[in-house]
Design a protein around this ligand. Structure first.
Ligand code: NDP
Ligand code: 8X3
Length: 254
């Protein structure tokens, strides 16, 4: 019997890569995507034997590319069972009055429109087959707003709304739609947010134990191994030290 197929966007690092590897260990064949081709090649070398992997290099912002690549998958890769919409980032952490429009464009184009473009390419196959599962990686920033988080929070609130909307519209087709909303996870996320400033990025995770990407991957694996009649619809996952977007119990180093 052939393996199920999972497509994971943003599998070049962090949560996406951990999810992809964990799904491979569960026996899924993988389609992994991202802009950094070499990272995807390195990733393939980590896969268990017998797992097939197709890597696709594109920017989720590029609607034409998304349609061309995902609309013309080789036949043996065309029946996608699981879509993990993970690709995304924050760009900047600035008050609305001084924020950069190109950062705003990046967050809305990647986190919201990119997720829509990918979903639009994959959902028709799922509705035709009356089966499938979509997991959208949202954020605590999609449940709360915090100072200077303005547009990133708006983009993740949009992901939350789209997750709920997808669940309703895809309900007649028996397609599971799940929203997983992490709090602070130590990945390349803050490095991207602070434009390569490693010093500033590392301070985000100091003084407490943040989540790691594998914590989210374990939850994705749990969600995907529930029986057919169970959907883990909406889940906020925080490090124990975090009570809300801004309430974090930190050890003050003297
Ligand atoms: P990383 O920066 O480690 O990973 C981001 C991934 O998204 C990379 O694989 C990157 O690939 C991909 N990506 C970014 N922009 C694009 C693009 N334009 N086109 C295609 N792929 C893109 O961060 P995380 O793993 O932490 O983030 C993954 C998701 O989790 C994001 O949606 C993020 O918002 C969310 N999240 C993260 C939290 C955290 O604290 N880390 C908490 C809550 C949610 P490449 O650069 O190769 O294109
Ligand atoms: C990432 C977590 O708190 O930086 O979505 O917004 S946070």
């Amino acid at each position: 019997m052939k393996n199920k197929i999972a497509l994971v966007t943003g599998a070049t690092s962090g949560i996406g890569q951990a999810c992809a590897l964990t799904l491979a260990k569960l026996g899924y064949d993988l389609i992994v995507t991202g802009r950094r081709a070499e990272r995807l090649e390195e990733f393939k070398a980590k896969l268990p034997q017998g797992i097939r992997c197709l890597s696709l290099v594109f920017d989720v912002r590029d609607r034409e590319q998304v349609e061309k690549i995902l609309g013309n998958l080789p036949k043996e890769w065309s029946e996608i069972d699981v879509l993990i919409n993970n690709a995304g980032n924050a760009h900047g952490l600035d008050p609305i009055q001084t924020g950069s429009i190109s950062d705003w464009d990046a967050m809305l184009d990647i986190n919201v429109k990119g997720l829509l473009y990918v979903s639009k390419a994959i959902i028709p196959g799922m509705t035709q087959r009356n089966s499938g599962c979509i997991i959208n990686i949202g954020s605590i920033a999609g449940k709360e707003v915090y100072p200077n988080g303005n547009v990133y929070c708006a983009s993740k609130h949009a992901v939350d709304a789209l997750t709920q909307g997808m669940r309703m519209d895809l309900n007649p087709f028996g397609i599971k739609v799940m929203g997983i909303h992490p709090g602070l996870v130590e990945t390349e996320f803050s490095l991207v947010r602070f434009k390569g400033d490693a010093q500033r990025a590392s301070t985000v995770y100091q003084g407490y134990t943040p989540l790691v990407a594998q914590d989210i991957a374990d939850i994705v694996a749990f969600a995907l191994t529930r029986p057919a009649h169970v959907v883990l619809a909406d889940l906020v996952v925080l490090p124990t030290a975090q009570a809300s977007a801004q309430v974090i119990k930190k050890n003050i180093l003297k």
